[in-house]
Write a protein that binds this ligand. Structure first.
Ligand code: M6R
Length: 613
């Protein structure tokens, strides 16, 4: 979950690394550090807290050098203090390492190293890596070999970048397992390395992605790839299309607010090139699917975590209703250890913004090992979940920086709808008339989202009214039940207000006991097939003295008689309504957190991509 940036070339590396880290700060913000090679010796600056602390430190005590590595940390082992900040330096001061992942056997390695006389300066698992590299180097290996030997001693998943004053013309990087990516950016007379593309996109669009068990030796003019046994590997250079300007905040106070407002565009882009409105057809080329293969699919298991899992819950309803394919949703952290029953007629479909979530990747590996077909619906270009899948539907939303996912939630809702229509068409389970109807319903979605965004002032008013609550209950049914889960998750992760999402019909089986004036109930009651049921739930909550905030369809005449607290949304075909009902709930969470003066984009304890178990 940490961010890594490295540079080698003729420019001063410090500003390049600090700028790169800035783009990755959403990955972890417990501490940050940078190490550069300055006239043959390694200079380090590190500080606890956000990157701005490190920037101030570097301003006060500058460091310069043409090769360097940096890191933003999301603490796993050891407190988020300065001693535990990366980069970690060895005992001789000649080797330095930044690391993403967990050294699972670090306690025993640490014990062995201490017994050999090594003095540890931090409580981190990472420090064992630098001492091992140093030890193997001292026994006659070169830097590349020393890293290789180190990798054969440490257990777990890792992204590692190492630099040494003994071999000052290179950086060595390695990736083992799914602890985040390692991407190498190619420049002219300079090269870059990072855990994520956004860190280097302002310098280059040419990238090489390391697969698991691969290493790279990077000099300013050359990159060599090998597996971790040392066998050279041929690589392909990918041209990246993302626009780095898309990752700027622009006129908005927070990335989250900007990303909420980008949804008209991201949903337009999601449809572009995939939907033929004249022919009433959807085509998802990236899935590399034909009629024969589509007809063989007997079951789909959607696996994901957090917000992506909520998108999967909507996906299940769409795939079953439209394509008539039995679909389950499996939380990735459970699925990976569930010993699931899979076969070649089952598709394991992972949804992931980052494409690097450790649990989701492990769930995909479980699918692969049991012979299932593997698909992914991913945003981050070149990420592992994109690369290892047999077919991928890429989200068309651009970089998402706010830790709370918004535009990367609504895009997979549409992606699942497109997938359902596409599969139904290929396998012949839908009439042409129905297909035309479903496809034409898509056309209005971006502008309906725009109408919801125009109502932001109404949401702000209710955010002001409810911002000091300690608890909220979110209720929904049917296709809007996952939106209750998602609305509650958005609120809790950025405002730290306790919020629970619940299937509305379950309220009477327990949570109703909690309802009073201090426990507002957010009720999703758009005009969908569950509308009448939701009206009864609202009445039940009100009968217990609860204050209800309803999401209701324009023109509804019943709900205004029940409550004054209403997020109005435009009328939408029910299968697409989750895209629309999500918008006021995203804005509601955003404005409450913002009014409370909280760090909306980098909420406490969280990180954007969760690359540890
Ligand atoms: O990158 P992913 O979509 O795989 O991430 C999954 C979850 O970690 C993520 O959705 C998390 O729940 C977000 N903080 C939600 O806003």
């Amino acid at each position: 979950m940490c961010g890594i940036v490295g540079y080698i070339g003729d420019r001063d590396s410090t500003p390049i690394i600090l700028n790169g880290l800035k783009r990755l700060e959403y990955r972890g913000y417990d501490s940050a550090g940078v190490a550069v090679l300055d006239n043959g010796s390694i200079e380090i600056r590190r500080d606890a807290g956000k990157l701005s602390h490190l920037e101030a430190l570097v301003n006060d005590t500058p460091l310069h050098g043409k090769i360097g590595i940096g890191h933003t940390r999301w603490a796993t082992h050891g407190e988020p203090n300065i001693r535990n900040a990366h980069p970690h330096i060895g005992s001789t001061g000649e080797f330095v390492v930044v690391h993403n992942g967990i050294v699972e056997n670090y306690l025993e390695l640490r014990e062995e190293l201490v017994a050999e006389g090594t003095v540890f300066k931090s409580e981190t698992d990472t420090e064992t890596i630098v001492h091992l590299v140093e030890k193997f180097y001292a026994s006659g290996s070169n830097l590349e070999e020393a890293v290789r030997q180190t990798l054969s001693h440490i257990r777990g998943a890792h992204g590692i970048v190492v630099m040494s004053s003994r071999e000052p013309d290179k950086i060595v990087a390695a990736r083992v397992g799914n602890a985040g990516g390692v991407v190498i950016g190619l420049g002219k007379g300079e090269n870059f390395v990072a855990s994520d593309l956004p860190a280097i996109l302002e310098h280059t669009r040419k990238a090489i992605f390391l697969e698991s068990h691969q290493m790279a030796v990077i000099t300013k003019d050359d990159v060599r790839l090998m597996d971790i046994k040392g066998t050279p590997i041929a690589f392909t250079v990918q041209k990246i299309a993302w626009d780095p300007v898309a990752a700027e905040k622009g006129e908005y106070r927070h990335f989250m607010q900007k990303e909420i407002h980008e949804q008209v565009r991201s949903l337009t882009d999601t449809l572009a090139g995939r939907v033929d409105f004249d022919k009433g057809r959807v085509v998802l080329h990236e899935l590399k699917l034909d009629v024969e293969r589509a007809k063989k699919i007997k079951r789909i298991i959607i696996t994901a975590c957090g917000t992506a899992g909520h998108a999967g819950m909507v996906g299940k309803i769409l795939l079953e209703r439209i394509a008539r394919i039995p679909t389950e949703v499996a939380i990735a952290s459970e699925f990976r250890y569930a010993d699931p029953l899979l076969d070649e007629d089952t598709v394991v479909l992972a949804i992931s913004q980052s494409g690097e979530t450790a649990d989701t990747l492990a769930a995909m590996e479980e699918g692969r090992s049991k012979g299932a077909m593997l698909w992914s619906n991913v945003n981050a270009i070149g990420s592992q979940a994109m690369r290892i899948a047999d077919g991928c539907i890429s989200m068309q939303v651009g970089p998402e920086i706010g830790v709370a996912s918004t535009k990367a939630f609504t895009a997979p809702l549409l992606d699942m709808y497109l997938l359902a229509v596409y599969l139904a068409d290929l396998s012949g389970t839908i009439s042409p008339e129905k297909r035309f109807e479903l496809v034409s319903d898509l056309a209005g979605i971006p502008s309906l989202v725009g109408q919801c965004l125009d109502r932001e002032p109404d949401v702000l008013r209710l955010a002001q009214k409810f911002k000091n609550m300690n608890h909220m209950l979110y209720l929904g049914r049917g296709i809007n039940m996952p939106i209750a889960y998602e609305g509650a998750l958005k609120l809790k992760e950025i405002s730290y207000i306790h919020a629970e999402g619940y299937p509305a019909g379950e309220m009477k089986h327990g949570p109703i006991a909690l309802i009073d004036r201090n426990m507002p109930v957010v009720a999703l009651a758009p005009k969908d097939p569950w509308y009448d049921k939701m009206i009864s739930q609202i009445e039940q909550a009100m009968a217990r003295g609860g204050e209800v905030i309803a999401v209701a369809t324009d023109g509804d005449t019943l709900i205004p008689d029940l409550t004054d607290n209403i997020f109005w949304v435009p009328e939408t075909p029910w299968m697409l309504s989750p895209v629309i009902t999500s918008i006021p709930l995203q804005l509601f969470a955003y404005h409450i957190a913002s009014l409370l003066g909280l760090d909306v984009d980098q909420p406490r304890n969280l990180a954007k991509s969760v690359t540890v178990e």
